[in-house]
Design a protein around this ligand. Structure first.
Ligand SMILES: [Zn+2]
Length: 259
């Protein structure tokens, strides 16, 4: 089922081919032929369950039957760029290059190169970035896209509702959305802790509903993560039980599937 592992920098060139627009000028990644091939799409959505890496996916995929059904048909592994943190890898997804190329260290930084948002705008299309208030999906992706969707209610369900609302109302050709509570839950309990399972089941149901809505509106949807997480075995009292940022496989290898 799995073919070669691609870099996070391959996402932007692949989305560009799907949409029939040029890749961002700084892109260094290759087109993922398994996804784009000779397919073209009027609209593309990237939904990012934040920090759901191969490590957690391998442990818990039985709890996520919808996502597993997608992976049974289409499945690739991607490798995060360094450091394996959220803004750096969301930036890689929309530029096709790593931190040296895109210049993003925090969600507040300015892009040092062209983005998918820019290319789409030049070709007459529009884009949306969606996420929780203060998270990368809104603070970086939304800020640099045409339709900044900041979700005030702190829940991934509210993010999913906003994805559906903005696609119905505005039909952006490209959207990128961050499900940030997945990362929060892994940090709190550790990715291997059974306490994460209720959240993962909810995420799976949420993905099923959202992908269904997007499909009805003509979107090709990619579901991929920005990075993974590893367990912290003996954290200090009140400390995080999951973390990321290193170049380990647990932090860097993430699953990718698509409709
Ligand atoms: Zn993240």
């Amino acid at each position: 089922m799995r073919s070669a592992e691609y870099s996070m920098t391959c996402v932007a060139p692949t989305v560009s081919v799907l949409l029939g627009i040029p890749a961002p000028s700084g892109a260094v990644g290759q087109v993922m032929a398994e996804i784009a091939g000779d397919r073209r799409a009027a609209r593309v959505a990237l939904i990012v369950p934040d920090a759901l890496g191969e490590y957690a996916w391998g442990l818990w995929q039985g709890e996520m039957p919808f996502l597993l059904s997608l992976h049974a048909r289409h499945s690739l592994a991607l490798r995060s760029v360094m450091p394996s943190i959220t803004p750096v890898n969301f930036a890689a997804m929309v530029t096709g290059t790593d931190q040296r190329g895109h210049g993003i260290a925090t969600k507040h930084d300015a892009f040092a190169c062209e983005t998918l948002f820019d290319v789409l705008r030049k070709s007459g299309g529009k884009s949306a970035g969606i996420g929780l208030d203060g998270y990368t999906g809104s603070a970086l992706m939304g800020r640099c896209s045409d339709l900044c969707c900041t979700v005030e209610e702190h829940s991934d369900e509210a993010v999913a509702a906003r994805i559906v609302a903005v696609t119905r109302a505005d039909r952006p050709e490209f959207l990128i959305a961050q499900l940030g509570c997945v990362d929060d839950t892994f940090h709190a309990h550790g990715p291997s802790a059974p306490e994460v399972v209720p959240m993962l089941r909810e995420t799976d149901a949420r993905l099923e509903r959202t992908v269904g809505e997007l499909g009805a509106l003509g979107y090709v949807t990619l579901i991929l993560s920005d990075h993974g997480q590893h367990d912290i075995p003996d954290p200090p009292p009140g400390g995080k039980r999951g973390s990321h940022g290193t170049d380990s496989d647990q932090d860097c290898v993430v699953p990718c599937t698509w409709t």
